[in-house]
Design a protein around this ligand. Structure first.
Ligand SMILES: N=c1c2ncn([C@@H]3O[C@H](COP(=O)(O)OP(=O)(O)OP(=O)(O)O)[C@@H](O)[C@H]3O)c2ncn1[C@@H]1O[C@H](COP(=O)(O)O)[C@@H](O)[C@H]1O
Length: 107
């Protein structure tokens, strides 16, 4: 993946933040945020299930498209609670180098 591909996550955070004050009639993001965090969470759940279905079926192009829908709706759900994909990236960076098996054993 190129740096520019990764930067798409940062641009998405910025776009979603900018849409907070947009017209809900012209922006899907603004319309979702206006419905509140519970609705944003419900929508993310729907999109995640659609990605799961494509993962089970195995069509990689459809899985990529549904995963993109899910990541976008994850970002909107996070924004509805004052968070962003950058916060998730920071948490992932914090976890780097520690095996999941090691982490689970330490709980
Ligand atoms: N990445 C996305 C993105 N992915 C999905 N969607 C929208 O999410 C909506 C999902 O609606 P539906 O549940 O009806 O879609 P669906 O699940 O395919 O529909 P069904 O199969 O359930 O019928 C559609 O309107 C999609 O266009 C997105 N809307 C916006 N973005 C990004 O956000 C930016 C700002 O968008 P606006 O806020 O709309 O200006 C865009 O430029 C994009 O970068």
């Amino acid at each position: 993946m190129s740096d520019d591909d990764y930067a798409a996550f940062a641009r998405l955070d910025a776009t979603i933040a900018a849409r907070r004050s947009a017209d809900a009639g012209e922006s899907w993001t603004a319309a979702l945020l206006a419905k509140g965090p519970e609705k944003c969470a419900e929508k993310f759940g729907e999109e995640a299930v659609e990605a799961i279905i494509e993962a089970v079926k195995g069509d990689r192009a459809k899985l990529t498209a549904e995963a993109a829908d899910a990541v976008y709706h994850l970002a909107v759900m996070l924004a509805a609670r004052g968070l962003a994909l950058s916060d998730v990236a920071a948490e992932l960076a914090r976890r780097e180098g520690r095996s999941g098996i090691e982490e689970k054993a330490a709980r």
